[in-house]
Structure formats: structure tokens, C-alpha cells
Design a binder for this molecule. Structure first.
Ligand SMILES: Cc1cc2nc3c(=O)[nH]c(=O)nc-3n(C[C@H](O)[C@H](O)[C@H](O)COP(=O)(O)O)c2cc1C
Length: 190
């Protein structure tokens, strides 16, 4: 039994692959966290298209990697203890599947398990504009105890670069799992 906290990381085909890569990079420096990664085929497509990285590149950032279709993997069972799961970025398709308990692949099954075990599930949903199905699905996941965290940039920390914006959001999401990483914090207006 590992003494590390296991964080399940699902990567889906919404735009914003940079958030997934940055989160995995940051988590490599957190000694007591072990990342368990599943990437959907559209997630791989976006990683290639947006970042010019390969499937192997993102796999290399995680501690454990699972096949999207491996529905028999440990993550499929509530008996496999985890600190929770983040879906980064989260497509409207995966949001819809989770909202309706549709465990059709290892990401949606692991999210379903996270909710049924009353563990923390954070879905970094990304679409714009939003239709009523998207909004209702976000409400449904929230009602089930999940956290909807769209990766919307903040400006109050005066970001200078895209990396500043991404890092700020990544740090805020990880705080929801009690994982402290370096980054700007809000200290009030002097
Ligand atoms: C370049 C690109 C960008 C996309 N961006 C989004 C997005 O921001 N939000 C979204 O919900 N779907 C987006 N999609 C569509 C999803 O990839 C598609 O619905 C896919 O079926 C999602 O499957 P998954 O949830 O298993 O990854 C995008 C697709 C491509 C090719």
C-alpha cells in the first residue's frame, strides 16, 4: 500500500490541453502525490494539435498510466483508494456522460466511482457559449457533489504571460485537493 495520495487525472478532448500538461508537471514536484492518468482519444488529438506533444510525452509526466478502454483497471473500483479526481480539461461530452452516470470508458467510470465513494471530483469544463444541456449537466454534477471549475483566467494577480494564467488556475484547482503548489495568492487590496 502506497503512503502517497493518489490523484486520478482524466484528460479529455476540450481545448486547453496546456492545463493538463502543466498540472502534471507541477504535481511531479509534490512528493506525497501520485498521479494516475487516463487520456481520451480526443484528448490525445488536442495535445498533439495544441501543444505539438505526443501521447508518450504526456504519459511520461504521470506516475501511472491507464488505457482509456481499460474498464477493468483499478480505477474502476471504489476499493482503490484515491484522494479524488480532476478532469482537465473536461469536454461537454464527458460532462454529459458523468452527469447521467454513463460509465462508458475509464474516465467516466473513474469519475462515477469518485462520486459514489463521496470523494472529490473537479471537472474543468470548457465550452463557450453554453447551451441548456451543458448548464443542466453542470448542475447535475454539482448536485451529486462534484465541483465544476471552468478554467477561466483571473487578472487580479497581474499575469504577464500565458503560463502565469495557466499556473494560477492549476494552483487554485490543486488547492481543492489540499495540494499546495507555488503560485500567486490573493492577499487583499492594500
Ligand atoms: C481542436 C478541438 C477542440 C475542441 N474543443 C472542445 C471544447 O472546448 N469543449 C468541448 O466540449 N468539446 C471540444 N471538442 C470536441 C470534443 O473533443 C468531442 O466532443 C469529443 O467527442 C470529446 O470526447 P471525450 O470527452 O471522450 O474526450 C474539441 C474538438 C477538437 C478537435
Amino acid at each position: 500500500m502506497t503512503s502517497k495520495r493518489r490523484l486520478v487525472v482524466g484528460v479529455t478532448g476540450a481545448t486547453g490541453a496546456i492545463y493538463a500538461v502543466r498540472m502534471l508537471q507541477v504535481l511531479r514536484d509534490v512528493a506525497d502525490v501520485e498521479t494516475h492518468l487516463v487520456v481520451s482519444p480526443p484528448g490525445v488529438l488536442n495535445i498533439k494539435y495544441e501543444l505539438q506533444l505526443t501521447r508518450q510525452d504526456i504519459h511520461a509526466l504521470a506516475d501511472k498510466v491507464y488505457s482509456f478502454r481499460d474498464i477493468g483497471a483499478t480505477l474502476s473500483s471504489g476499493g482503490f483508494a484515491t484522494a479524488g479526481m480532476v478532469v482537465v480539461p473536461c469536454s461537454m461530452r464527458t460532462l454529459a456522460a458523468v452527469a447521467h452516470g454513463f460509465s462508458d470508458n475509464l474516465i467516466t467510470r473513474a469519475a462515477d466511482v469518485t462520486l459514489k465513494e463521496r470523494r472529490r471530483l473537479v471537472m474543468m469544463v470548457r465550452e463557450t457559449p453554453l447551451n441548456l444541456a451543458h448548464l443542466r449537466n453542470m448542475t447535475a454534477v454539482t448536485e451529486m457533489g462534484g465541483i465544476i471549475f471552468p478554467p477561466l483566467p483571473a487578472f487580479y494577480h497581474h499575469p504577464k504571460t500565458l503560463d502565469d494564467m495557466v499556473d494560477h488556475t492549476v494552483a487554485r484547482v490543486l488547492e481543492l485537493f489540499d495540494i499546495e503548489v507555488p503560485g500567486p495568492r490573493w492577499n487583499g487590496i492594500d
